[in-house]
Ligand binder design. Structure first.
Ligand code: 4AD
Ligand code: MG
Length: 477
């Protein structure tokens, strides 16, 4: 008989039929009740074993973590908490899991403990729920763009350009480290890194996306990006996935409209399609928060918070207005930010961003028109000559979730900006070509996928929403 998923079984449509399922044991109680899960759903199915019918040797092999194939009849359940169960006729043990050494026991493990077991933590309810929601979000993202006339394109991962101009790149090299080519000064000649060219892992697919938008109209990338910044926070990874739409003939307002509509749409999708997992995660969060002081607890349960975001407008505020608000605010009892805002032009710290979102506006905020000095070279200069058409979207509990801008499409001004930042025109000759041949207004943004997953699942640490996190201390797996 062909095995079916537990998700299918739990729908209860196959009542009184003989079925076969595969899965892993969550618990085995009283030598009689096996709770089996196969990953298709957060729920387990109860499999009732008449132990007199089975060889003791087989029953001995059943413990938490063991992989089984079970055949039996689906019947209405007598017990509480489930509507159907399986009366077991046959058990095949695919593989045992020694209870003495199997680390994932049926009890509450801390997220820190589970981080050390990244290859097994996906077998817990929390991680499987997070990863199913993540998978669904990825689908919703592709669906949204496809239905809105965007083309999906793959930006290169090995690249010669530093899209953000921030120098936080991982070098890609084919150099023989025992016998590297040397410069005239005798130092290693990194210009010859990749078969004769200096290259790195991409920090953003944006520049290439611009090239494609200037022919296909609306495009997006969705791929891995890398940052060699030494940030040990709950919001930063060295390897994360980014979604980067880029649109020809869009100005900054069009860009903000799209970003807001897009985020609301994908959250709405998972609210509809991942209800059980989100309900589980909401309950997990409520339990976790019981141990926190009142002030640190979130004001809304997870599902309500997600619904709130989809139903309310994001607040749009210019950097200059935000600075005025921050200068005049009293963030806490000490009435001071750790980094008080002294003057216009300083970059916002995460404490400022979170204050604006969580205390002042109490909703997602889009900050726009930042000072040119604190933003990347490619952003379009405003008429005031000192701000650029940048936008960042800030989310409660997360901080920055999106960074984007209208791009500088004027060749002369782009060249001036590059010169001021000491960016060699020769390195970006092809990018300048886009301004020489059929240039036009265009815009785009980057959404950090794991930060979106953090928000949607209510998890607190970005290391817990990516399978095998790469951070400065962790690349073991
Ligand atoms: O603000 P960023 O650096 O913007 C860019 O890379 C633009 N080129 C995007 C574009 O316009 N196409 O990064 C965009 C987003 C951030 O808002 C954040 O959500 C996420 O990427 N991000 C990170 N996520 C996890 N770990 C990190 N180290 C991240 N750095 C950025
Ligand atoms: Mg940014």
């Amino acid at each position: 008989m062909h095995p079916i998923t537990i998700k299918e079984v739990l729908k209860g449509k196959l009542l009184l039929q003989d079925i076969t399922i595969n899965g892993w044991v969550r618990t085995f109680r009283s030598n009689r009740f096996i709770a089996l899960n196969d990953g298709s759903t957060i729920n387990t199915i109860q499999c009732v074993v008449d132990f007199e019918k089975f060889d003791e040797e087989v029953l001995k092999q059943i413990s938490t973590g063991a992989a089984l194939k079970i055949s039996g009849t689906l019947v209405e359940s007598q017990g509480r908490g489930q509507s159907v169960e399986i009366q077991v006729n046959d058990i095949h043990v695919h593989g045992t899991a020694d209870p003495e050494t199997y680390p994932i026991q049926p009890k509450k493990h801390s997220l820190e403990f589970l981080r050390e077991k990244a290859h097994l933590r996906i077998r817990t309810n929390t991680f499987s729920a997070v990863m199913r929601v993540k998978s669904s979000l990825a689908f919703a993202i592709h669906k949204y763009f496809t239905e809105n006339g965007f083309y999906y394109f793959h930006a290169p991962i090995i690249t010669g350009s530093d899209a953000e101009g921030a120098g936080e790149m991982f070098r890609v090299t084919t150099l023989d480290d025992k016998n590297p080519p040397l410069t005239e000064e005798g130092t290693v000649d990194y210009k010859q890194d990749f078969f004769g060219k200096e290259t790195n892992l991409t920090v953003s697919g944006q520049l290439e996306a611009e090239a494609y938008a200037m022919a296909l109209g609306k495009v997006y990338t969705f791929g891995p990006t890398f940052r060699a910044e030494n940030s040990n926070t709950a919001r930063h990874l060295a390897e994360f996935w980014m979604i980067e739409p880029e649109m020809a003939f869009y100005d900054l307002n069009d860009n903000m409209d799209l970003a807001e509509d897009f985020i609301k749409n994908v959250i709405r999708y998972v609210l509809e399609h991942c209800k059980e997992d989100l309900e589980f995660l909401e309950k997990r969060l409520l339990d976790e928060e019981k141990s926190k002081p009142q002030a640190e607890r979130s004001e809304m349960p997870l599902l309500e918070k997600l619904k709130f975001v989809t139903e309310n407008n994001f607040k749009r505020v210019s950097y200059t207005e935000a600075i005025d608000i921050l200068k005049n605010s009293k963030p806490n009892k000490k009435k001071k930010f750790q980094y008080p805002i002294e003057e216009w032009g300083t970059d916002l710290q995460s404490e400022h961003e979170r204050y604006l979102v969580e205390k002042h506006f109490k909703c997602p905020v889009i900050l726009f028109d930042y000072p040119a000095k604190i933003k990347a070279f490619y952003m379009r200069l405003n008429e005031d000559g000192k701000t650029v058409r940048a936008m960042d979207i800030l989310f409660p509990g997360i901080g920055e979730i999106v960074g984007g801008s209208q791009r500088e499409e004027r060749l002369d001004i782009l060249k001036q900006k590059m010169a001021a930042l000491d960016i060699d025109e020769k390195e970006l000759w092809w990018y300048l070509d886009l301004r020489k041949f059929g240039t036009a207004e265009h815009s785009g943004f980057g959404l950090g996928f794991e930060r979106l997953v953090l928000f949607t699942t209510g998890m607190g640490n970005i290391r817990d929403v990516i399978p095998f996190p790469r951070t400065p201390q962790n690349a073991e797996f």
